[in-house]
Design a protein around this ligand. Structure first.
Ligand SMILES: [Zn+2]
Length: 368
């Protein structure tokens, strides 16, 4: 590490500046103002400097670059097709401008043809017995892995561990830590031309052989034989726990092995995606409060922040995830002010590519 960078990272360390023996156990302060960034290989180094400088001037403290979206990796990792070492390239540039980098990775979907071929049994199965690797719900990429299987947990953990070993990386950000939506957000159902007034078998997971036999061992019942699975509390809890255990027992320790912050993008309608995130031992949460998909207005964002804080016991930071394409005029500012009143610790904007010049001015006001 160059001396300048060392001093910079020291200056962002939280707490009483105790050097010496305790130094390596002190974590950096978690940012308040985040923005998601989709991959971009065309932008040149000097242009990245301009981009990060502009974001910093607006008050943005962390960028979440998407470095894995279920197939090729955009960082060096063993066993994967590495398309480009994009993450390693942008970290030092961001740091030059005092911006943290938290690597945004998809967690459960896996569209790697080699994995599909070698391990079809790793994939979730719906209540009709259809596996996601060849009969995915809604869209072709909805090929989710089963969060209960040890091999899957280790496969995902390897990715988090590898990221955690990148010394300059500030944090790891999990996305898609869940099962496919058993009920889609209301505003999305017309898009797929479906009405989901209850849980239908083709969208209800995971009924893979492993989950069925594990549940049978525990309860004496094959979940395929349940009369009313959508009202079966034990069967619900069993599936929440599969995801919770993967996060808490595999992914959090992997991130902490490299002393990284770990956060996740999560759903407000958490039951529908088997995502009981208030049980996860993460450093912070970035709920995707994209009101348009739920046929709600901007005030709903704050209401959901309040619910999240309550579910978390007011114990963990919640950064309101804001969907830029749903915002008009000064909605962004209004929505965020309301979210702060309801307890938001900051915001995260989706996404960099949707920013227009007037948004920078609004963000400046939001980060003041
Ligand atoms: Zn399963």
């Amino acid at each position: 590490m160059k001396k300048r960078d060392f001093l910079k990272s020291v200056s962002t360390i939280l707490g009483g500046m105790s050097f010496g023996l305790h130094f390596r156990f002190i974590e950096k302060k978690l940012p308040k103002y985040w923005i998601w960034l989709r991959p971009d290989f065309k932008t040149k180094e000097d242009e990245w400097h301009t981009i990060f400088a502009k974001l910093k001037a607006a008050g943005i403290e962390a960028v979440l670059p998407q470095i894995y979206s279920s197939h090729e990796a955009l960082f060096e990792i063993e066993g994967y097709t590495v398309k480009e070492r994009w993450l390693e390239k942008i970290i030092p540039i961001a740091h030059d401008h005092g911006i943290q980098i938290h690597a945004w990775m998809w967690t459960m979907p896996c569209n790697d043809p080699q994995i599909i071929e070698k391990h079809p049994e790793w994939y979730v199965v719906n209540r009709k017995g259809e596996p996601a690797y060849n009969q995915p719900a809604y869209v072709p990429y909805y090929k989710f892995l089963c969060p209960r299987r040890n091999e899957v947990r280790q496969f995902v953990q390897h990715r988090v561990k590898t990221l955690a070993q990148i010394p300059e990386l500030d944090g790891i950000h999990l996305d898609y830590v869940r099962m496919p939506d058993v009920i889609l957000a209301k505003g999305l159902q017309p898009k797929y031309n479906i009405i989901q007034d209850q849980e239908y078998p083709e969208y209800d997971y995971c009924y893979c052989d492993y989950c069925r036999s594990e549940y049978q061992k525990l309860s004496g019942v094959d979940p395929m034989d349940l009369d009313d699975p959508q009202n079966d509390k034990d069967w619900y809890e069993f599936r929440y726990k599969a995801v919770n255990d993967m996060v808490n027992q595999y992914l959090v320790p992997a991130a902490k092995s490299g002393n990284k912050a770990i956060t996740a993008a999560v759903f407000p309608n958490w039951q529908s995606v088997r995502q009981q995130w208030h049980q996860w031992n993460l450093d912070g949460f970035l709920p995707m409060l994209y009101q348009g998909f739920y046929n709600e207005d901007i005030l709903w964002i704050g209401e959901e922040v309040a619910k999240a804080k309550q579910r978390l016991g007011n114990d963990k930071p919640v950064f309101a995830g804001i969907f830029l394409p749903h915002m008009k005029d000064d909605d962004l500012l209004q929505a965020y002010q309301h979210a702060v009143e309801k307890g938001a610790n900051g915001f995260s904007i989706f996404a960099y590519g949707n920013l227009n010049p007037k948004d920078y001015e609004l963000i400046k006001k939001m980060t003041k």
